[in-house]
Design a protein around this ligand. Structure first.
Ligand SMILES: [Zn+2]
Ligand SMILES: [Zn+2]
Length: 394
């Protein structure tokens, strides 16, 4: 099979399906469901993949809204590729992270690649990965090892800037709960133990710690409970922190230092502290440059280019980092909104259901499927991707 013929076929397949794909994306956009509760969105995507000849396994990794859709290879040892679909929405904002676009682009890429290249060329899988917005769906799926079964994993994310490679930080979540004793804040303050003071001391200690943090480390939190009324010494106060680092080792070193800030505050104020650490830890992104540059070439072929300016140091985290620890992975961004417009805003939600969302969906799906064709057909390119994954430290 000639690679250019395969790519032309992919382009045509997605253009022919454009109306149906966009209708599917709009249906998901109009019916937003929160992290790990995306039952209808997952089923819409499952039905689309099943109707297009994939074998579906629903509820993988004990997650009711996770799935995998497989088209196995035939005839001995063959390479395989996978695409990742996300489909959860945000509280209050709906599809303000464009996961309606991501979800359909991943599924459409899978179908187009499957149609363009038969099972004699390799396996194609679409992973339905729920709960990206805080649920850590891919972390839980990665714990089963399922991403190790595929030769590569690919997804794209709409953004305000086109970039083939992005860095993502490792992330841990901490919650601190301080318990003190209530008292009248004016009549008998000496009888109280102020849980809010413990919280304020924690934030101050974290602020001081920040000055000594290594490059790429981030600690940021909010107060989730801080008292009921000014004339009552708060007996309960709670905070929620994100701790981030460029490496898992850096995170392991930083988390105890943040906990120590809260422990010191508890000691100083005489409060009791309960610390909760979310068992889901996001791994950093292990960028695969050879795979990202294949994607970028395909994107360029479709008329979309990266800006000339050097890439900004973006400091987010995503559960795709955990996938990237198991198989060569890319998570490129394609510009959907004007520069400076952030995801998780009403403007982003609107664009996700507009002409720009449609363009990014179709272009993204084509570039993903074409990169899948490169991976299955071009042994030299595949070896470069694998070599980078095996040699590069996480
Ligand atoms: Zn998001
Ligand atoms: Zn997102």
């Amino acid at each position: 099979m000639d690679i250019h013929e395969a790519k032309t076929a992919i382009s045509k397949l997605i253009d022919d399906e454009a109306e149906a794909l966009w209708a599917l994306s709009l249906a998901i956009h109009a019916d937003p469901e929160l992290s790990l509760k995306e039952h209808r969105a997952a089923e819409r995507l499952c039905a689309y993949l099943e109707n297009n000849g994939f074998t579906l396994t629903r509820g993988v990794a004990n997650l009711p809204t996770a799935f995998r859709a497989d088209r196995p290879a035939e005839g001995g040892e063959k390479p395989s590729v996978s695409f990742l679909s996300e489909y959860d929405a945000l509280p209050g904002l709906g599809h303000a992270c464009a996961h309606n676009v991501i979800g359909v682009a991943g599924a459409a890429a899978g179908v187009a690649l499957k149609e363009a290249l038969g099972p004699e060329y390799g396996g194609v899988t679409v992973f339905g990965t729920p709960g990206e917005e805080g649920g850590g769906g891919k972390v839980l799926m990665a714990q089963t090892g399922m991403f190790r079964e595929v030769g590569a994993a690919m997804m794209m994310h709409p953004s305000d800037e086109t970039r083939a490679e992005i860095n993502l930080l490792a992330l841990s979540e901490l919650r601190f709960h301080f318990r003190g004793r209530a008292a009248h804040a004016s009549a008998a303050p000496e009888k109280g133990i102020n849980a809010l003071d413990a919280l304020i001391a924690t934030f101050n200690a974290v602020s001081l710690l920040r000055q000594q943090l290594p490059r790429g480390a981030r600690v940021h939190g909010v107060i989730t409970e801080g008292g009921e009324a000014p004339n009552i010494i708060p007996d309960k106060a709670s905070a929620w922190f994100f701790v981030r680092s460029e490496t898992v080792e850096g995170l392991d070193a930083l988390v105890p230092r943040v906990i120590a800030c809260a422990e010191g505050a508890a000691l100083a104020t005489g409060t009791e502290l309960e610390t909760e650490k979310n068992p889901i830890t996001y791994a950093p992104m292990r960028v695969n440059s050879p795979l990202a540059s294949l994607f970028l070439k395909n994107l360029n072929r479709l008329g979309v280019h990266e800006p000339d300016a050097p890439p900004p140091r973006r400091m987010g985290s995503s559960d795709v980092g955990n996938v990237s620890q198991q198989t060569p992975t890319i998570h490129p961004q394609i510009q959907m909104v004007p520069s400076g417009v952030s995801a998780h805003t009403p403007e982003f939600a609107e664009a996700s259901a507009g002409a720009e969302g449609r363009r990014v969906l179709l272009t993204g799906a084509k570039a993903l499927a074409m990169t899948g064709a490169d991976f299955l057909l071009n042994e030299e390119a595949r070896k470069a991707v694998q070599a980078e994954f095996e040699n590069r430290e996480a």
